[in-house]
Design a protein around this ligand. Structure first.
Ligand code: HXC
Length: 511
């Protein structure tokens, strides 16, 4: 008996070494942890249950039949817990054939994908891999196809999260692209369909891995990544924080955590947050920090389209998705990037039953050829569509400007907003006073006194929340200092909201 126990221990030790000590050392030298070290850090201590540790490739081409058969075949899979809640995990092992995907490697991943979907729990992929295993040809491509199909079937059912922790190419970027969130590690992770060498051959373009697909590109320019972290440890610990905000599936309630922050806490400083001068910015993130539980805000796409802020927080211990125009950047205007960013976030929250809290201070959509040629109409429509189809509780606070189409778009009453509040500083109109007067009183433009009088008249009539409140488009004009209390009460009242859209196969959002 003792002998077989020893054999098991030996085989386990061998498998745990992956591609061997030299490759593990090389991984560490690059500032990266190994697949198993990463899993250990991300999951609750000792909670990881590994599957398929002894799986090996079956390739017999290009000398693979004579070469090493490494147990595990380049991916570590299984499940464990994050603060006691089950998550499924696969982590690519770069020390084994560069983490590349073989037929058997794919089968390991699809096994945990199937388990996560069947058991309705989130799945997290840790990527550090060079795509399809070249020696396996179509068997590897077929393996990716199986992974992709499961990504799509799980979309909107269980949260799927990708963390990019090394050079990733081919299928190891396409699969993440179909998950809900992608996070990267700065300076050690890259994402590209083909690497710099292939780029040089095909287009004769000389480009570094960082320039082609580093975190500096994807977290800002391309918006492929939702956020970038300094190192492996920070990234893994932040995944734990994110999981704490998410329900296990689209049928599960949002998680509820104990909080020491009273839901009726007032914040008098909010009464002076909005400056008297309507053109002066203020930081919307200050408002968010003061309103959510313990100021804890997990921002998504922090470095991209900063004119809109999106992220997760809690109010009274329960998760909410926050969308807020940011007057500090481009006066909080809605452009194509901001619209796409917020639309995707709104749809994630709606798919997973996370209530939406929207803070509005928006001067409208950004005019100009650059935006129009770039498809602003379609991108802006994405956000409009996303808010209009959302059936989760929707609570909105207009802090200052809500002008033009952007008023309608930003979770207005007309798009089935449940509780639409405005601060007394709100200005709800088709446009600002100057633009409005120059159009409707064009004949008076030469007469400064007349224009001043008309502007004042317009400001008094429209640049307040009261015209909208008189019509019931605003449910209540609230004191800024009581915003947290009002939101907490509204969200509590909406906990059992039931609203269904008409049956359809799926909608046709303007992609
Ligand atoms: C087999 C691979 C491999 C692959 C890397 N390796 N990628 N083996 N198939 N796809 C092996 C290397 O041979 C090497 O083995 C070890 O992993 C480490 O790789 P290095 O190149 O030494 O590392 P590095 O310099 O850091 O470069 C990493 C890399 C590069 C950028 C990922 O290896 C690379 O460009 N790989 C190929 C990427 C690619 O084009 N993949 C196919 C995509 S097509 P040794 O033994 O020498 O250490 C695809 C189709 C999916 O995925 C469908 C999409 C829709």
């Amino acid at each position: 008996m003792k002998h077989v126990l020893e054999i098991l221990e030996e085989r386990r030790s061998e498998a745990r070494l992956g591609g061997g000590q030299a490759r593990i050392d090389a991984q560490h030298k690059r500032g990266k942890l190994t697949a198993r070290e990463r899993i250990e850090l991300m999951l609750d201590h000792g909670s990881f249950e590994e599957f398929d540790m002894f799986v090996q490739h079956r390739c017999t081409d290009f000398g693979m039949e004579k070469g090493a058969k490494i147990p595990g075949d380049g991916v570590v899979t299984g499940w464990g817990t994050v603060n006691g809640r089950t998550v499924y995990v696969f982590a690519k092992d770069f020390t084994v054939f560069g983490g590349s995907l073989s037929e058997t490697h794919a089968a390991k991943i699809t096994k945990v994908q199937d388990m996560a979907l069947r058991n309705r729990a989130p799945i997290i992929g840790l990527f550090d891999a060079g795509g399809a295993r070249i020696q396996e040809g179509v068997a590897a491509l077929g393996g990716y196809g199986e992974v992709f199909q499961r990504n799509v079937l799980s979309s909107g059912v269980i949260p799927q999260i990708s963390l990019i922790m090394g050079p990733c190419a081919g299928g190891d970027v396409y699969s993440p692209a179909m998950t809900d969130f992608i996070f990267m590690v700065k300076d050690t992770s890259y994402m590209f369909v083909t690497g710099p060498d292939v780029v040089k051959t095909v287009t004769n373009e000389t480009v570094t891995a960082e320039e082609l697909g580093g975190a500096s590109v994807h977290a800002t320019k391309s918006s492929i990544a939702d956020r970038a972290y300094e190192n492996d440890v920070e990234a893994l610990l932040q995944m734990r924080r994110l999981i704490d905000f998410l329900p296990a599936s689209n049928r599960d309630d949002v998680p509820e955590w104990p909080t020491f922050d009273a839901s009726d806490r007032l914040d008098m400083s909010l009464d002076t947050l909005v400056p008297d001068n309507p053109n002066k910015p203020y930081d919307m993130k200050e408002l968010i920090a003061k309103i959510v539980d313990e100021g804890d805000f997990f921002e998504i796409q922090e470095a991209h389209a900063k004119n809109i802020v999106t992220g997760f927080a809690r109010i009274d211990g329960r998760s909410v998705g926050i969308v807020a125009n940011q007057p500090m950047v481009l006066a909080g205007v809605l452009d194509s990037d901001a619209s796409r960013k917020a639309a995707r976030f709104v749809r994630f929250c709606d798919a997973f039953g996370i209530p939406l809290v929207t803070f509005v201070d928006v001067p409208g959509f950004l005019p100009g050829t650059a935006q129009e040629y770039g498809g602003l109409i379609k991108h802006g429509a994405k956000l409009l569509f996303a808010y209009a189809e959302a059936t989760v509780p929707k609570v909105t606070v207009i802090t200052r400007k809500a002008f033009g189409g952007a008023y309608d778009v930003m979770s207005s009453k007309h798009l089935r907003g449940d509780a639409n509040y405005a601060w007394p500083t709100a200005q709800i109109a088709v446009m600002g006073a100057k633009g409005a007067v120059e159009i409707i009183f064009r004949q008076d433009i030469g007469d400064a006194d007349k224009i001043a009088a008309r502007t004042k008249e317009y400001e008094e009539r429209f640049l307040s929340p009261f015209v909208a409140a008189e019509r019931g488009y605003i449910d209540e004009v609230i004191m800024p200092h009581s915003t947290r209390r009002r939101l907490a009460r509204a969200l509590a009242a909406l906990r059992h909201k039931e609203l269904e859209n008409p049956w359809k196969k799926h909608d046709n959002i303007p992609l």
